[in-house]
Design a binder for this molecule. Structure first.
Ligand SMILES: C[S@@+](CC[C@H](N)C(=O)[O-])C[C@H]1O[C@@H](n2cnc3c(N)ncnc32)[C@H](O)[C@@H]1O
Length: 321
């Protein structure tokens, strides 16, 4: 419930054509100010002023990412409900809405092309690496089996890349959050999540080696093919542990120890795989107990890589099981 004053404030903030257009566009997903400016065809200071009014009223929420800012419709509460209701009730045949949706589509296509150009640059070695994996399907099925059917509250996918884990587990969580340090990867992830209609997951630019404690604790934290990019994976696991709920767990998917030295040069790997003993050591150092769930040996001859799935849980939980 909201008082008269709050409702009048909300109506004033939403009661203007450009701001209604912004609500309608943001109902399609999270967007940067740069994209929004292009879509509505107004100057950036003007658009920013409108967005600020909407954000001050609580109709949209803002997330700063370096020099960029992203906006999305507010979730829940009266302001969020009103924003969604207004966006849903604009006539789909309104010429302004049609033009804005076309412009949004154009902006997204341009972004996908830019991300594709980035991937084209790494495609040669990426394809070779993929050929060294066991089929992704077997690993993904195992992840689904381990996660089980229980609905999770928050899932954190650290080093989310193109957001594959958020997509795979979408029906198992209430809220998904992927963090990655590559804008290009996140561009693809955003486009993919939007295309799949996954609106309860977000991705954020961030450095997982500098995670700050605080915020909602996660039921599940995933590192999927990420830790071998760090000289000291323990330095990554430890701050993540502070983001884990007392009954939560981490899943780590990574390579077992291997000798493919070229991966350092071609794929920027720092560690040539991880052993279960190493994993136990890093886990132990931050109060987690590690267990190896399964190995997926390659069927790709001597060049093959074995992939391993580990589960890490608070040590006290492990003892009480
Ligand atoms: C091999 S990709 C794996 C992506 C995804 N987890 C998957 O399996 O499809 C590794 C990802 O880790 C990200 N990454 C590397 N260092 C990072 C850091 N310090 N903070 C956040 N992400 C990082 C890279 O940008 C890349 O997207």
């Amino acid at each position: 419930m909201a008082g008269f004053e709050q409702i009048v404030g909300l109506l004033k903030a939403a009661g203007e054509t450009t701001r209604l257009r912004l609500l309608a566009v943001l109902a399609e997903g999270e967007l940067s100010v740069k994209d929004i400016t292009e879509i509505v065809g107004q100057s950036q200071p003007r658009v920013s002023r409108h967005l600020k009014l909407l954000a001050d009223a609580g109709l949209v929420s803002r997330h700063a990412e370096g020099a960029w800012a992203y906006y999305r419709l507010a979730e829940g509460g009266e302001p969020g409900q009103l924003a969604r209701w207004l966006a849903d009730h604009i006539d789909a045949a309104d010429p302004l809405l049609i033009a804005d949706k076309r412009a949004l589509q154009r902006v997204r296509l341009e972004q996908e092309a830019a991300a594709a150009a980035f991937f084209a640059g790494v495609a040669e070695s990426w394809d070779r690496l993929r050929g060294l994996h066991v089929p992704e399907a077997a690993i993904e099925q195992q992840i689904l089996d381990v996660v089980g059917d229980r609905k999770l509250s928050l899932v954190l996918d650290l080093g989310t890349g193109t957001g594959r884990m958020l997509e795979l587990l979408a029906d198992r969580y209430t809220r998904g959050l992927g963090i990655d340090s590559s804008r290009e990867m996140l561009g693809v992830a955003r486009a993919k999540l939007t295309a799949a209609g996954i609106t309860h997951a977000q991705v954020r630019l961030g450095d997982i080696s500098a995670m700050e404690p605080g915020g909602e604790p996660a039921d599940l934290i995933i590192f999927h093919q990420v830790l071998h990019y760090f000289d000291d994976p323990g330095r990554i696991i430890s701050p993540a542990r502070r983001a884990l709920s007392p009954h939560g767990r981490m899943l780590v998917v990574d390579f077992a120890p291997h000798r493919l030295e070229f991966l350092r040069d071609e794929q920027a790997h720092r560690r040539l795989g991880i052993s279960s003993d190493q994993m136990s050591g890093w886990a132990d150092a931050c109060g987690l107990a590690s267990s190896e769930i399964k190995q997926f040996p390659s069927d790709n001859g001597k060049e093959g890589l074995t992939v391993c799935l580990w589960q890490l849980q608070p040590a006290s939980e492990e003892k009480s099981r």
